[in-house]
Design a protein around this ligand. Structure first.
Ligand SMILES: C[S@@+](CC[C@H](N)C(=O)[O-])C[C@H]1O[C@@H](n2cnc3c(N)ncnc32)[C@H](O)[C@@H]1O
Length: 293
């Protein structure tokens, strides 16, 4: 256990999942404690959630990263930033993460700017992004990004980890870049056995508008066709074998967008929730009312 209290600051803080991880490390006795010195977020709802989740005043929010000046930042041992990934992920248009692109993902470079401005650099900086950042399209820019960190004195360690390998039944691959100032070695945690399924995380009493449950109106071998209670027309095509095994099990025939047309079973791993899913919810089939059984 580290005897020190870890001083932490996060950028692109969202609802503060890295802070949640620190809370877990404290509970498990791996760190003594941690202290949030600041966070940086611009989305009003995220800020409200962050403050409620971490029981912290919104005066700790430094707001827009582009307006932050390094010399005004309090010292932290650890910085973490999962910079916006819409322009990098395959769900987006893949135009981001460049010096000149002026896209949201180029905001990642702001952390490099701040690292060069602070009087005392954090010992550990963790960057997180979608796995796509390691693809050929972004490789050169990622190399420039990493070169800048090396010039600032950091030793780098990188890997793509999948949440399913770490006790969470969600397929969610993320790139992690760990930059260490005074240490030359680091190993990413080894995968652990996952005993949970997506269903274990679903609440029991949820309003019908949040999930999908259809009545079987037609059956052909292993395929069932369900109607939506609202429009009484065949809409969902579901493969029962896949439904029982978990994962992608069907399609919403009326949905125009490939990603949000997919129907998932709760009997395995959850899919990655994309930005699209926030406006057109991911479809999780909780139950098949199969008349022919
Ligand atoms: C990929 S999310 C990070 C989520 C975060 N890791 C969490 O645990 O919730 C990126 C976040 O960056 C925020 N963001 C976008 N532009 C920003 C800016 N200029 N300054 C600070 N935060 C910004 C977005 O509002 C969004 O919440």
């Amino acid at each position: 256990m580290t005897k020190k209290i870890v001083k932490v600051g996060t950028f692109f803080s969202g609802i503060g999942s890295p802070e949640k991880a620190l809370e877990k490390l404290k509970k498990e006795g791996i760190i003594k404690d941690y202290e949030i010195k600041f966070f940086s977020e611009i989305d009003k709802s995220a800020i409200k959630s962050y403050c409620a989740i971490h029981n912290i005043d919104d005066s700790y929010n430094l707001g827009n990263i582009t307006k932050i000046k390094g010399e005004n930042l309090p010292y932290c041992d650890l910085w973490i930033g999962g910079f916006p990934c819409q322009d990098i992920s395959c769900a987006g248009k893949m135009k981001g993460f460049d010096f000149k692109s002026s896209t949201r993902s180029s905001l990642g470079w702001e952390m490099i700017r701040l690292l060069s401005e602070v009087a005392i650099k954090p010992k550990v900086v963790i960057f997180e992004n979608v796995a796509m950042i390691t693809s050929k399209k972004f490789r050169d820019t990622l190399t420039l990004f990493k070169n800048d960190l090396v010039k600032l004195g950091y030793t780098l360690f990188e890997d793509v980890l999948n949440a399913v390998d770490y006790g969470i039944p969600q397929t969610r691959k993320r790139y992690f870049l760990v930059a260490l100032l005074n240490k030359k070695s680091f190993t990413f945690p080894k995968p652990i056995n996952n005993t949970l399924i997506f269903k274990d995380f679903l609440e029991k009493n949820v309003d019908e508008k949040y999930y999908l449950s259809g009545k079987c109106v037609k059956r052909k071998l292993n395929k069932v066709y369900l109607d939506n209670k609202k429009d009484n027309e065949i809409r969902y095509e579901v493969d029962l074998r896949r439904y029982k095994n978990g994962g992608l099990c069907g399609v919403d025939k009326k949905c125009k967008f490939n990603q949000s047309a997919r129907i998932f079973s709760p009997h395995g791993n959850s899919p990655t929730l994309t930005a699209n899913n926030t406006s057109d919810n991911v479809k999780i089939l909780v139950e098949v009312e199969d008349n022919e059984n």
